[in-house]
Design a protein around this ligand. Structure first.
Ligand SMILES: [Zn+2]
Ligand SMILES: [Zn+2]
Length: 378
């Protein structure tokens, strides 16, 4: 567990931002325990095939992600370890408490695949090395922390996800069963989730502009949240937060343009051998393995494997994209990120400049910000 330094306003803010996630995690964990230990109904001849393997994948993946967001543990492998233990124990204990439930190996596998897929994503959230780039990413997490610091937004975003998801999933699922006698649980659940995520995206697009305006007017410190609108920056746009002492730069309150990375460049991020590996991976994890399982009468596991393959492929692609993007962005004060114009001799004012060729804004840090200094208290 991490310890909090109560004299550090940045640590207090991090702790405050973690609380809503802790409550969400505890509620989720209790609901998951109750749902997995609820006495099942007496087995009858024709039980409806439910997408239960996919549910295991999603629920234990969600458990892992929420545990990570509580900030109780800093290391990914610790979170993954606890989630793995929880998944196995939860499944094994079902046999003891619920007369009609059996702990099944396939359920455990589906749950562990969820833990695995969530862990892959957790490894992609390491902070960027370059200060300007890092502040741009922290700008996004600052907005999310502000939004999720309000319980009403949890309700809003939660219902934006759950309601459309259920409205799409349940009728499709029941219709497929009663009309055609086939179980399309996995497909209808996937469709429902996609619609739910689209609705969440729509709500976020309405909520974010307010926060963007706040960043412009308040100019907050992204570490401790203090309003720095009155702070005098030096001629190079640099300064230090008066409350927590962390460095700030004029560019952090602007949305700097991001380099466009073509998909071909992302796929070739690890060279030709990497491309061969990713092709093999996609074939094996997203095509061959699910099809083999499907052919052998395991549609539930097939979908869990397919989901795992897709989620991990997306995490890899995102990580490659982010590394390439940040490499180019870190050089953004020397070479224009859009037209590659040589900016070395282009002047900057207050830490910001404009490309004379394509008028893209760039940030220039006068001196390297030392990570040692950044962590210290002033
Ligand atoms: Zn601060
Ligand atoms: Zn340019």
């Amino acid at each position: 567990m991490t310890r909090i330094d109560l004299s550090d306003p940045a640590a207090i803010r991090r702790e405050g931002a973690a609380w809503p996630w802790r409550i969400a995690f505890l509620i989720f964990a209790v609901l998951l325990l109750v749902a997995t230990h609820w006495p099942g109904s007496e087995p009858s001849g024709s039980t409806i095939l439910s997408p239960d393997k996919l549910m295991h994948f999603l629920c234990f993946g969600g458990f892992t992600f929420l545990l990570w967001m509580t900030r109780w543990f800093r290391r990914v492998w610790v979170v993954a370890g606890y989630s793995t233990a929880f998944t196995v124990l939860d499944e094994l204990s079902q046999g003891f408490f619920s007369p009609y439930r059996d702990s099944s190996g396939a359920d455990i596998v589906a749950g562990l695949l969820g833990v695995f897929a969530a862990s892959a994503w957790m490894t992609t959230f390491q902070p960027a090395n370059d200060f300007v780039v890092r502040q741009q990413e922290r700008r996004v997490s600052w907005i999310l922390d502000e939004l999720l610091g309000r319980p009403t937004n949890w309700l809003l975003l939660g219902s934006a996800f759950v309601l459309p998801m259920l409205i799409v999933f349940l009728p499709l699922y029941l219709l497929g069963w009663s009309m055609f006698g086939i179980s399309i649980g996995n497909i209808s659940l996937t469709l429902g989730i996609l619609i739910g995520l689209a609705a969440v995206w729509g709500v976020l697009r309405r909520l974010v502009p307010d926060q963007l305006r706040r960043i412009e007017t308040d100019r907050p410190c992204f570490d401790c949240g203090t309003r720095l609108a009155q702070l005098e920056l030096d001629e190079h746009g640099s300064g230090h937060c008066g409350a927590c002492g962390h460095p700030v730069h004029a560019s952090q309150w602007l949305r700097l343009p991001v380099p466009r990375i073509p998909l071909a460049a992302v796929l070739q991020a690890d060279g030709p051998l990497g491309l061969v590996c990713i092709t093999g991976y996609v074939l094996l994890a997203m095509c061959i393995a699910p099809l083999l399982l499907l052919a052998n009468g395991h549609p539930g596991l097939a979908s869990a494997i397919f989901y795992t393959g897709t989620v991990i492929a997306a995490a890899m692609a995102w990580q490659w994209h982010r590394v390439l993007r940040n490499e180019i962005a870190a050089q953004g004060d020397r070479r224009c990120i859009r037209c590659e114009f040589d900016l070395a001799s282009v002047p900057s004012e207050g830490g910001l400049g404009t490309c004379p060729e394509c008028s893209v804004i760039f940030a220039r840090l006068h001196e390297a910000v030392d990570d040692e200094v950044e962590g210290s208290h002033r």
